[in-house]
Design a protein around this ligand. Structure first.
Ligand code: SF4
Length: 362
């Protein structure tokens, strides 16, 4: 019988480490969570406000788009005032790469398929990035694959994505520059997984995982969770970005929970709630949402059980730090396995919070 490995991967792919501002990526560094702002980068206040919200949600590295000179002009102030490292995302215009490096950005993302005359500029970019200690992300994307490779492979296959990335890396390597991380994103998790697996075996650069254009919140969460789960469980991946057609703070929450679910990051809040059934004596969906909202941002890790009836309720509630098992319009409140109070249904949430705040959980 084949044994399935549970828990965090025991063997992580060996990658070189790059420093994105103060955040190490690769090697034995913890896997970091990234996101991207959606405000116009030229709107400095709005961009910084979004970065602050992302930072509060647990984002460790943030990327901003730089499609125009106005955006490039905004970079120095954004890089200076952001509490987390800022990566400039550059398509089409090599000159913004230099602007981003001069602005103090922590890294620059370039897409080899989208940068005009990029190959001619590699020497200069490598020199400028090297002098400033700024890593470059080679960010290959299925939707903008190099035309040469599109012609060769017919579509964005895993081989085409990997070849594009490694070709671009080789141009930098010719100039002695290896301060690189790579992404090879595709909207299809199956293709994406195959591409990263191939890439992982062909270089030691740190890998930025992403399922691109993953879709709205639900679909994007599932696609990213599946793809990242497969790769991270095999020790592949050094930093992640969940792409959702939803506010970027949601991306950070999902990314953090993926890492927590794989045991790659200590859990913060875990809600153990039942799916409800015909035995439920309370509105479990509503109660679970209320409890989740009440405990969001709680400063220490907690497992809180929300159970709809007495069948599995007391058992699960006992396993948790805090829990409630409902029945007959009341909730039995458990703390570390002991029933400490029974309260009316309307008092369940506030009692759980009260109990959480009154104890030392360290
Ligand atoms: S705990 Fe009770 S209500 Fe919830 S799913 Fe189990 S049996 Fe149903």
């Amino acid at each position: 019988m084949t044994m399935v490995q549970l828990g965090p991967p025991k063997i992580r792919r060996k990658s070189r480490q790059v420093l994105v501002g103060g955040v190490p990526v690769g090697g034995d560094a913890p896997i970091s969570v990234q996101s991207m702002t959606t405000a116009l980068t030229s709107n400095v206040d709005e961009t910084l406000q979004q970065i602050a919200e992302l930072t509060a949600a647990g984002c460790q590295i943030v990327r901003v788009a730089v499609p125009s000179q106005d955006d490039a002009d905004a970079l120095p102030e954004i890089a200076r005032r952001s509490k987390i490292p800022v990566i400039a995302d550059i398509h089409f215009q090599p000159r913004y790469v230099f602007a981003a490096i001069d602005a103090g950005c922590a890294a620059v993302r370039v897409n080899p398929g989208n940068i005009r005359q990029f190959d001619d500029k590699v020497r200069e970019i490598a020199q400028a990035a090297s002098a400033a200690g700024v890593p470059i992300r080679i960010g290959v994307n299925a939707g903008s694959l190099d035309k040469r490779l599109l012609a060769k492979y017919g579509k964005a296959t895993p081989e085409a994505l990997v070849e594009s990335a490694l070709w671009e890396c080789s141009l930098f390597e010719e100039h002695g520059f290896q301060d690189i991380k790579i992404s090879v994103k595709h909207h299809d998790p199956v293709v994406m997984i195959a591409a990263y697996r191939k890439l992982a075996g062909r270089c030691d650069y740190p890998l930025h995982l992403g399922v691109t254009e993953a879709g709205p919140r639900m679909q994007g969460t599932v696609k990213s969770s599946v793809a990242f789960g497969v790769l991270l469980a095999a020790g592949i991946g050094d930093t992640i970005r969940v792409s959702l057609s939803a506010p970027p703070v949601e991306e950070v929450k999902v990314g953090s929970q993926i890492l927590e679910s794989l045991g790659l990051r200590p859990r913060q809040l875990e809600i153990v709630s039942c799916p409800s059934c015909g035995r439920a004596q309370v509105d479990v969906y509503k109660l679970a949402e209320q409890v989740t909202a009440a405990f969001e941002g709680f400063p220490v890790p907690l497992r809180v059980a929300v159970m709809g009836c007495v069948v599995n309720g007391p058992g699960e509630a006992r396993e948790a730090d805090l829990g409630v098992s409902s029945g007959n319009g009341k909730g039995q409140i458990f703390v570390r396995g002991e029933v400490i109070r029974t309260v009316p249904e309307s008092k369940i949430v506030e009692t759980l919070v009260e109990e959480a705040l009154s104890r030392d959980w360290t």
